[in-house]
Design a protein around this ligand. Structure first.
Ligand code: FAD
Ligand code: MLT
Ligand code: ZN
Length: 477
């Protein structure tokens, strides 16, 4: 028997075992049917899987993992496939199984008195938000991809988004999780407790582990009171440092009511106006930087006044040059559509080198000046598309390359510009992946910037949970 025959036999043997567990509706083997699971939404990462498996519940997931473990078959867990770092895409070997969690989409329970919701990992983020609202509660995680991403993917990447400033990222919104380990054992950590000091925090180990330690199958999430009033403003300012002072003013005057503070440079907004339909520029003249600021509360009374007086003070002291507070839902939606449209506009505009960095808010302005100058020296005809969740210190400091840039130049420039930007981030004690995760995109850079001790600790954890390296090989670590 040749090696090829052996490979074909072991694959059909694997398929036969998996079919027994998940049935025909849970296995996809056709080349064209598998394709959607093998390419990411950016068309940046692509690979070839041996097959796609779609378990319907935790028991099936456990059985699938037991079989893959026994066969030493590598597994790539996938949720909504909206990730930014290539973490959910199989490699080119054709040997990896994609484990798609989208059939596990049941909301198991809402406990209103405990303010928790228990969900399976394939539930779409938007469905969790809707279910919370039906129960007069609020689930604050909010991302541009919320109609397509799953809570399992959010947990595995510890997703951030536009409400981190007030509510924290996915980790802070989670009380318990259920995980299927690489060998098929189930860890039921679905505790709905806000206090639990019974040993190491295994929950937080799996959150943010990007499918490299186990399969998250369910979670208990925290719910918050549903804000019934919102006040949203769009402001124009001369520079980033002025917006940093405005964040401070908003926090001091509005306290916990401040729930979003997003920054967009002139170039970012111009890109949306050029490439996204149905948006209109909110102010009468253009400004070097813009911010979208949102307050939320249980009571409309006084909320708009609070925002208005904060902005008036900023106008008086010159921190902002113009501002408008939304007078209708439509106007508010227009503000958010501009902000959320930047990702899409970048895809339409051409080849972008993306950065997802976190810095102390006090260091942002100096970083932007230094990084802009350094990129200008390396690549004078590139455009910097800088926007992000400045209220929590997270910038998407992206470089839009000239349209004519070919593949080889793009690859070369990506490496050198990443180094320029990330060296400056590192010098400022920042992070090279604030919310999008490491995946394939930042794996090698992680090795460059993390200390030997930290890398060693991460390797020890990986080795003890996944000794045969079957969970998402080639990603993160
Ligand atoms: P996938 O892309 O399928 O997977 C992501 C990673 O998680 C992979 O490593 C995968 O192996 C792993 N994984 C998935 N499910 C599981 C599971 N059940 N168990 C274990 N591992 C698993 N992200 C932000 O943080 N903030 C933003 O503001 C934001 N905005 C976005 C806007 C747009 C328009 C788009 C397209 C994306 C945006 N993202 C943002 C990125 C992305 O949506 C998030 O990373 C999201 O959390 C990924 O969820 P997913 O279900 O699509 O996961
Ligand atoms: C955002 O904040 O819009 C997202 O993280 C998406 C992106 O960086 O493109
Ligand atoms: Zn973001």
């Amino acid at each position: 028997m040749s090696m090829l025959d052996f490979g074909i036999q072991s694959k059909s043997n694997l398929i036969a075992q998996l079919l027994q567990v998940v049935g025909t509706e849970g296995v996809i083997t056709g080349e064209s049917d598998k394709r959607a699971y093998e390419i990411d939404w950016l068309n940046k990462w692509s690979g070839h899987s041996s097959l796609v498996v779609r378990p319907a519940n935790t028991q099936q997931t456990a059985e699938v993992m037991r079989i893959c473990h026994a066969n030493r078959t590598p597994v790539v867990v996938q949720g909504g496939n909206t990730g930014m770092s290539g973490g959910a895409t199989p490699d080119d070997s054709g040997a990896q199984v994609v484990l798609s969690m989208t059939r596990m989409n049941t909301i198991r329970e809402v406990d209103s008195f405990n303010n928790t919701i228990t969900v399976e990992s394939g539930v779409l983020l938007a469905h969790i938000q809707e279910e919370a609202e039906r129960n007069n509660r609020f689930f604050p995680l909010s991302l541009g991809s919320e109609g397509s991403c799953t809570i399992g993917g959010n947990l595995a990447t510890n997703a951030g988004g536009v409400a981190v400033l007030r509510y924290g990222n996915t980790r802070e919104l989670t009380l318990g999780i259920e995980v299927v380990l690489p060998d098929g054992r189930i860890w039921n950590g679905l505790r709905a407790l806000r206090k639990d000091n019974t040993g190491y925090d295994l929950r937080d180990l799996f959150i943010g582990s990007e499918g490299t330690l186990g399969v998250i199958t369910a979670a208990v999430l925290k719910l918050h009171p549903l804000p019934t009033a919102r006040s949203t403003a769009w402001v124009g300012a001369k520079d980033i440092q002025s917006l940093v002072r405005l964040i401070d003013a908003c926090r001091s005057r509005c306290g916990e009511r401040l729930c979003a503070f997003e920054m967009m440079t002139h170039e970012s907004v111009a890109l949306v106006l050029q490439h996204v339909t149905d948006v209109s520029y909110p102010l009468t003249s253009d400004h070097p930087v813009h911010a979208l600021i949102e307050l939320a509360d249980m009571n409309q009374e006084g909320l708009a006044n609070m925002l208005e007086s904060t902005l008036e003070e900023a106008l008086d002291n010159g921190d902002i040059s113009d501002a408008v507070i939304s007078a209708s839902l439509r106007q508010r939606q227009n503000f958010w559509k501009i902000r959320e449209g930047i990702s899409q506009a970048q895809v339409r505009a051409g080849k972008t080198i993306k950065h997802d960095i976190a810095l102390p808010i006090s260091a942002i302005s100096d970083f932007v000046s230094a990084a802009t100058a350094a990129i200008g020296k390396e690549q004078s005809n590139a455009r910097i598309i800088n926007f992000g969740h400045i209220g929590d210190g997270n910038l998407h400091f992206n470089v839009l390359m000239p349209a004519e840039t070919d593949y080889a130049t793009m690859t070369r420039n990506t490496a050198s510009l990443n180094r320029v930007v990330h060296d400056l981030v590192h010098q400022a004690n920042g992070s090279i992946s604030a919310e999008h995760g490491v995946g394939q995109l930042r794996r090698d850079e992680l090795r460059h910037y993390k200390s030997a001790v930290e890398l060693d600790l991460m390797m020890c954890i990986k080795q003890s949970l996944d000794p045969h390296q079957i969970m998402n090989p080639g990603k993160l670590i």
